[in-house]
Design a protein around this ligand. Structure first.
Ligand SMILES: Cc1cc2nc3c(=O)[nH]c(=O)nc-3n(C[C@H](O)[C@H](O)[C@H](O)COP(=O)(O)O)c2cc1C
Length: 201
């Protein structure tokens, strides 16, 4: 059974993490879930759910972010993927500078040192230069920087559609089959207005 560490840190966008858990559960992945203090605040604000309820709903193991002796803190415990979704600027900054003072950053560092798949889903706007530099640095280390930036070309009709767009990209990175969002086929595009329009100004 494939396995992953899914961490919800304190950026807005907790519902991306919630949807990711559901999708991985449906794909029969084994999940160790970590939620930071601010992650729990955002879970409550945006989804009205506690980490404990979220873990129980999805049948996943909830690890304490303060417990650096938990399973996901060790490189000897093998996981197929590590996903921090959403990833706060603080967590990204710690990883970029090698600070591992909680279980989320420690498990992220395990992924880095063991050269395993690490996916970060940052959400901030605008970004400070230091945050952009941190992401560029981590990208250079092989980390997938997958921002919570849904596309609009599939004409989303709901917040769920927007969330699914981003979660679909995460699942693609993990090679998980899904039907969360339509794939761009190119050939079937019909442009409502601009097809017959001279686009030169
Ligand atoms: C309600 C709320 C929303 C926040 N939204 C964001 C955000 O969108 N992006 C971000 O980088 N930080 C955001 N923060 C700030 C982080 O939570 C803060 O930097 C915290 O130290 C992150 O710690 P963690 O990475 O251990 O969860 C938010 C905080 C709160 C309380």
């Amino acid at each position: 059974m494939p396995s992953a560490v899914v961490a919800i840190s304190g950026a807005s966008g907790a519902r991306y993490g919630v949807r990711l858990l559901e999708a991985l559960r449906d794909a029969d992945w084994s999940i160790n879930l970590i939620v930071s203090r601010e992650g729990a605040i955002n879970l409550d604000l945006e989804c009205g759910i506690t980490p404990q309820e979220l873990a129980a709903q999805n049948g996943v193991i909830l690890e304490d972010n303060e417990n650096l002796a938990a399973k996901s803190a060790s490189g000897s415990a093998k996981f197929d993927g590590y996903i921090i979704c959403p990833a706060s600027g603080t967590t990204v900054g710690k990883l970029a500078s090698g600070i591992t003072d909680n279980l989320i950053t420690r498990s992220g560092m395990v992924a880095l040192k063991e050269q395993r798949k690490l996916i970060l889903v940052p959400r901030e706007t605008p970004y400070a230069t230091v945050q952009l530099e941190n992401m560029a640095k981590l990208s250079g280390y092989g980390v997938v920087i997958l921002p919570a930036n849904p596309g609009y070309y599939n004409n989303p009709e709901s917040i769920e559609d927007l969330v699914d767009f981003v979660v679909a990209r995460i699942l693609d990175q993990l090679d998980v089959e899904h039907n969360l969002s339509q794939r761009w086929s190119g050939g079937e595009v019909t442009l409502a207005k601009s097809a017959d329009t001279d686009l030169t100004l």
